[in-house]
Design a protein around this ligand. Structure first.
Ligand SMILES: C[S@@+](CC[C@H](N)C(=O)[O-])C[C@H]1O[C@@H](n2cnc3c(N)ncnc32)[C@H](O)[C@@H]1O
Length: 354
């Protein structure tokens, strides 16, 4: 009963922007070519998002209201088909209303299942061989050190060559220094150490009061590279990689920009190598993966999808939020995989149409 009341509230509130927007669409103004209902509803939504009443955006008010309501919906109700569909609709609205921008936010051990998969892939390497990894958009280095910790502990015999890239010089210098203090969390806007165990905190860092310095053995073999992941020059600077990691920055780009960037990133992966790409609009990733024939890695797929609570809890009311995995979609493996094997170097060069 309570769930039904909530649902009714959602439907009524949800109908408002549609109704307001539809008033602006006379029958005559609708092009005949609108046969695709998805396109129609997107245009209605876009109109609702842009609407101004007395100098204010009703969509902004509507989203604030929904934020409150969403928080009180019980988890089992949120998982129902109707509420998930409503959530998807809400996130489309968020993406239309809000202007995307980049963040520095990061965590040590951000996504443990993804780290575990990297460990398993590294385990396939021959004894004493070299493993080349590029971490793009590395922010202050938490992801880089987490990957090195995971792989070096498991395979001390490997020669791991890590290349860490970011577009911000300031943040890259910070990452290279590898010293983290309580005010670092303010710099990146995230509780950096939140996902570390006490044991990991002890073993990864040398502590001076509340200041943590990454241990020297973890800082070896890293090249810190100022660079733009969208730049076609990057392959000449880095060379082909066995594993490329691109996390949580493509979602902060507009979809077409992200798509072009992702195609460029794929060009860094050596034949048969692996690409980890998360924190990106699912439509963008699935489109590029499909067109370039990437093979989704089934191992730990669901766990990786749910592995970063920050992304999952951000759905549907942030543009970077990650929708719940939906097994009933025919394309669910391609849509929700965040790790892929890239087989052919010929197909990864095709540019997106701009
Ligand atoms: C939200 S942080 C992500 C950090 C880390 N990858 C993670 O997942 O925890 C985004 C980072 O992307 C960097 N960035 C944004 N656009 C970039 C680009 N085109 N090339 C390289 N780095 C970029 C930003 O400077 C920032 O440090």
């Amino acid at each position: 009963m309570k769930a039904l009341t909530l649902l009714a509230a959602f439907v009524i509130i949800g109908a408002l922007p549609f109704m307001v927007a539809l008033q602006g669409f006379s029958r005559r103004s609708r092009p005949r070519s609108w046969r695709n209902t998805g396109q129609v509803s997107h245009m209605i939504l876009a109109k609702a998002a842009r609407l101004r009443l007395f100098g204010k955006h009703p969509a902004g008010f509507y989203l604030r209201l929904n934020r409150r309501i969403w928080e009180i919906i019980p988890a089992n109700v949120r998982n129902s088909y109707l509420i998930r569909a409503y959530g998807a609709w809400l996130q489309n609205l968020v993406r239309l209303v809000e202007t995307r921008r980049q963040y520095f936010g990061t965590f040590f051990f951000r996504n443990r299942p993804a780290l575990e998969l990297m460990r398993r892939l590294a385990d396939e390497k021959a004894k004493g061989s070299t493993l080349r990894i590029a971490v793009l958009a590395c922010s202050i280095g938490a992801e880089v050190y987490s990957i090195l910790w995971t792989i070096r502990l498991a395979r001390p015999d490997l020669r791991v060559l890590m290349c860490a890239v970011d577009i911000s010089k300031e943040i890259l210098n910070f990452a290279e220094t590898g010293i983290y203090a309580p005010d670092t969390c303010e710099l990146v806007g995230c509780p950096l150490f939140e996902r570390l165990t006490v044991h990991e905190k002890e073993k990864m860092f040398d502590w001076e009061g509340d200041q943590a310095r990454v241990k020297p053995w973890l800082r070896e073999g890293i090249t810190w590279q100022l660079g733009d992941a969208s730049s076609p020059e990057l392959i000449h600077v880095l060379g082909p990689q066995d594993i490329v990691v691109a996390s949580t920055f493509l979602c902060h780009m507009e979809p077409l920009v992200a798509e072009n960037c992702l195609r460029n990133i794929a060009g860094l992966v050596d034949r048969g190598g692996y690409l980890f790409v998360s924190g990106v609009d699912l439509e963008v990733r699935a489109k590029v993966a499909h067109e370039l024939g990437w093979q989704p890695i089934p191992e730990l797929l669901e766990q990786i999808h749910d592995g970063d609570p920050d992304l999952r809890e951000g759905w549907p009311l942030t543009w970077w939020g990650l929708e719940p995995l939906n097994h009933s979609r025919r394309d669910w493996r391609l849509r929700y995989a965040a790790a892929f094997q890239i087989n052919t170097r010929n197909s990864i060069r095709a540019p997106a149409h701009s």
